[in-house]
Design a protein around this ligand. Structure first.
Ligand SMILES: Nc1ncnc2c1ncn2[C@@H]1O[C@H](COP(=O)(O)OP(=O)(O)OP(=O)(O)O)[C@@H](O)[C@H]1O
Length: 297
C-alpha cells in the first residue's frame, strides 16, 4: 500500500536557524495521524513543506507517491488543508469565500458545505472580517472538508473552537476516516490526540523523537497501584514481585508501579487484609511528558 505521506530526511532551515531536521515519517492510508510537539517544535514547518509552501533545504516529501514540489498541482486537487492561521479576504461573507474556493476546485455542489455549516453552526452570511477567531476557524474547516478530499492536512484544527464544536470536529474527522480519507493533524491538545488519532508523531527541536500507536502506548503503560492494608503492611513481599517498581510506603499504604501481568500482584495482595485498593493508568499527558523528558538528557 502506498503511503499517503512519506518524508525522507526532510530538512528545512530558515537561514541558519533550525526549522526541521532529518524528519522521516510515513502516514498510512486511512489513518488519523497526530503531530504533537511544544511551541516551535517544527509542526507548522513540516506541514508547510508538505504543501509546497516552503521548499525543503534537503530531503524530500511525497504525497500519494508524488513529489511534494514537482507534482504539487496534482497533489493539491486531492487534499484539503486548514492552515494554522486561516484567514480570507475580510470583506467577503463565508458563503462567498466557499463559492470562490469551490470554483477554483471546479466543484459546483455546495450542499456538503451547507451540511457542515449546519453541524458547526457556522453563519455563512457574515463577513469573514466580522467573525470571531473560532467562527472563522469553522469556515476554514468547511473549506478544507467540503470537497471530500483523500487527504486532510489540518494545522491545529480546533484552535479557538468551543468544547461542543471540538466534539463535533472529532465526530466529523472520524466520519472522514470511515469514508476512507487520511488525516494528518497537528495539535497541542493531548486529550484530543488521544481521542482522535490512531498514531502520533512527537517532534521536539525540529526532530522526530517518536512515532507511536496511541492504543498500544496506552496498553503498554504501567499501572499505578495503591494498597491500604488493614493489618501488617506487605511492602517487602510486593517489592519482590516481577514487574513491580517504584515502590514506596506511606503509613499503612503502599504505592508502586506494575508493568506486565497484574495477576501475581492481585493474588499477593489478596493474602492480606485490605482496607482500600486503587489501580490507575497514567494519563496520556504523563506518558508524553515521559517521552519528552527522556529526550532531554
Ligand atoms: N519564517 C521563519 N523564519 C525563521 N524561523 C522560523 C520561521 N518560521 C518558523 N521558524 C522557526 O522554526 C522552528 C519551528 O517552528 P514551527 O512554526 O514549525 O513550530 P510549531 O511546532 O508549528 O510551533 P507552534 O506549536 O508554536 O505552532 C522554530 O524554531 C521557529 O522559530
Amino acid at each position: 500500500m502506498t503511503a499517503v505521506v512519506q518524508t525522507d530526511r526532510l530538512t528545512k532551515r530558515y537561514g541558519g536557524a533550525r526549522g526541521i531536521e532529518d524528519l522521516s515519517m510515513t502516514v498510512r492510508p486511512g489513518e488519523i495521524f497526530g503531530f504533537l510537539g511544544p511551541n516551535g517544535a517544527g509542526k507548522t514547518t513540516t506541514i508547510r513543506t508538505l504543501l509546497d509552501l516552503l521548499h525543503p533545504t534537503s530531503g524530500s516529501a511525497r504525497l500519494f507517491g508524488l513529489d511534494s514540489h514537482r507534482d504539487s498541482r496534482a497533489i493539491r486537487a486531492r487534499l484539503g488543508n486548514l492552515p494554522g492561521d486561516f484567514s480570507y479576504e475580510p470583506r467577503v461573507t463565508g458563503r462567498a469565500a466557499l463559492e470562490h474556493v469551490a470554483a477554483l476546485r471546479g466543484v459546483r455542489d455546495l450542499r456538503r458545505a451547507d451540511a457542515l455549516a449546519e453541524r458547526f453552526r457556522a453563519d455563512l452570511s457574515r463577513r469573514i472580517g466580522d467573525l470571531s477567531r473560532g467562527n472563522r476557524q469553522k469556515v476554514g474547516l468547511i473549506q478544507a472538508l467540503f470537497h471530500e478530499p483523500e487527504l486532510l492536512i489540518l494545522d491545529e484544527p480546533t484552535g479557538g473552537l468551543d468544547p461542543l464544536m471540538q466534539e463535533e470536529f472529532l465526530a466529523v474527522i472520524g466520519e472522514e476516516r470511515d469514508r476512507g480519507a487520511t488525516v494528518l493533524l497537528s495539535s497541542h491538545d493531548l486529550d484530543e490526540v488521544q481521542r482522535a488519532c490512531d498514531r502520533v508523531a512527537m517532534v521536539r527541536d525540529g526532530r522526530l523523537i517518536a512515532v507511536e500507536d496511541v492504543a498500544a502506548m496506552r496498553a503498554r503503560a504501567h499501572r499505578e497501584v495503591s494498597v491500604r492494608f488493614a493489618g501488617p503492611v506487605a511492602a517487602a513481599e510486593l517489592a519482590a514481585l516481577p514487574g513491580v517498581t517504584d515502590l514506596r510506603t506511606t503509613a499503612d499504604t503502599v504505592h508502586f508501579h506494575v508493568s506486565g501481568p497484574i495477576d501475581p500482584v492481585i493474588k499477593a495482595i489478596a493474602r492480606h487484609e485490605v482496607g482500600d485498593l486503587e489501580v490507575t493508568r497514567p494519563t496520556l499527558e504523563e506518558l508524553f511528558l515521559s517521552y519528552y523528558r527522556a529526550g532531554t538528557a
